[in-house]
Design a protein around this ligand. Structure first.
Ligand code: LMR
Length: 443
């Protein structure tokens, strides 16, 4: 997310040193939220402020609230009105609501988050009976902006938004989270090689993977947005061995949405008539928007458009390079449409996929039925029962054109993987990234 990530980069926490606590300053977060899974769970000490009691349902044990440590910014703190105690069971309208979910967002003071957080809080993503706790990860540099975001969330009076906390330490912010939306990443700066970007962002995602592994819910679902998102997701999952690799996603839903729009435009139909669109591979300019399996009004796109040449050349390039064109117009990376696509990606996992359709997500390749190399994160067609999990789709077809393109994007991801070997426990990195490896936003 080149330009908007310039803001988001400010959200990254590079300081992962744990706060020094006196024993009298420690309360354990595990008393606030019950961890239902059976993975080895290491409760992480959390500190609270003196006068504030954070939101706790009456059915849960309330931890003693003790003196706060020296640097309040080093811990995640409930914010303003969200520090008030409430009891969902006490109100007629809220007692049928689901159990509160904890959602962490990194790069929380950036442009993408600024669109996304309000969607999450409104209930349009997780549903109208799903109360939510937002845990916002920022950085020292962006801390004031993070407070500004939290203030705007306060002023929006969202009924479902029950808790908001802000912090700069991922080990603190990711405590017990069931969803982690990893948006913050460093943009590629002038003169920076792609290998440098892979390394810098890779370090961040390795650290965030370790933090998730240590303190998140063991079935946490992770969506990596910060670029290069496929390889960042791979690094993250490799550093989080306690979390199923299947739970990690790289965001390619934006590319799918872009492809749907272009196909609708070509066919002269509204975009809700376009289905079965797969983005294969990397969120880069080698990505493959699959027109072979795509459908318009249930019919193959090739039959409807009768213009294979347009599909192979113009359509494909338009989708691959859409991010760059947008940057030229806006002067910064896509933010609103990225946020919409993150919301779509979550919704696709928490609601059953419509019969016969599928969605694209960058997922771990082990066990895939398409012959894609194992042990990378590759965008493929998925379906969900709405339980947060997904399965691969079986009834897709391939032709030589599609296979050739898929091989190219696969080679690119394998090269990116070699380039971050040092971050995934595979020895010494060797960077031979092909020249055409570019993010959609890079020109
Ligand atoms: C996008 O697809 O819009 C972004 O990933 C572009 C970018 O490079 O930031």
């Amino acid at each position: 997310m080149s330009v908007s990530a310039a803001m988001a980069v400010a959200e990254l926490s590079h300081s992962f040193t744990k706060t020094h606590l006196h024993s009298s300053q420690i309360s354990f977060k595990s008393t606030r939220l019950v961890n239902h899974c059976h993975c080895a769970f290491r409760p992480f000490p959390q500190i609270r402020s003196t006068t504030i009691s954070c939101s706790v349902a009456t059915t849960e044990v309330k931890a003693p609230v003790i003196e706060q440590a020296e640097d309040p910014k080093n811990k995640s703190e409930c914010f303003g009105v969200f520090c008030l105690t409430y009891d969902l069971k006490a109100e007629e309208e809220t007692k049928t609501w689901k159990k509160l979910i904890n959602v962490a967002v990194s790069g929380a003071a950036g442009m993408i988050s600024n669109h996304l957080l309000f969607k999450l809080a409104s209930g349009e993503v997780f549903g109208p009976d799903q109360p939510i706790a937002l845990k916002l990860l920022g950085s020292e540099r962006s801390f004031h902006a993070l407070e500004g975001v939290a203030m705007e969330l306060e002023d929006s009076l969202f009924p479902l938004l029950r808790e908001v906390s802000i912090g700069i330490n991922p080990y603190d912010v990711f405590q017990d989270v069931e969803w982690a939306l990893l948006i913050g990443a460093k943009p590629r700066g002038p003169g920076m090689e792609r290998a440098d970007l892979l390394d810098i962002n890779g370090q961040i995602f390795a650290e965030q993977g370790r933090a998730l592994n240590a303190v998140a819910s063991c079935n946490v679902k992770v969506i990596v947005v910060g670029n290069p998102c496929n390889t960042n997701a791979l690094i993250c999952l490799k550093n989080a061995p306690k979390i199923p690799a299947k739970n990690f996603h790289a965001l390619t839903r934006l590319d799918e949405n872009r492809a749907k729009c272009q196909l609708a435009l070509k066919a002269g139909v509204f975009y809700d008539k376009v289905s079965n669109v797969t983005i294969w591979g990397n969120h880069s300019t080698t990505q493959v928007p699959d027109f072979l399996n795509a459908r318009i009004n249930g019919l193959p796109v090739i039959e409807v458009t009768k213009d294979r040449k347009w599909l192979e050349v113009e359509f494909t390039e338009k989708v691959q390079k859409r991010g760059g064109v947008l940057i030229k117009k806006w002067g910064r990376s896509s933010a609103a449409s990225t946020a919409v696509s993150i919301a779509d990606a979550i919704r696709s996992l928490v609601t059953p996929t419509p019969e016969g359709d599928w969605f694209s997500s960058g997922v771990y390749t082990n066990g895939n039925p398409y012959g894609i190399a194992e042990d990378i994160v590759f965008s493929m067609p998925c379906r969900s029962k709405g339980d947060g999990d997904y399965e691969f789709v079986n009834n897709v077809i391939f032709d030589d054109y599609l296979l050739e393109r898929i091989t190219k994007t696969e080679a690119e991801l394998l090269a990116e993987k070699r380039c971050v070997a040092h971050l995934i426990g595979e020895g010494v990195a060797f960077c031979d990234i092909p020249e055409d490896t570019m993010l959609p936003g890079e020109m």
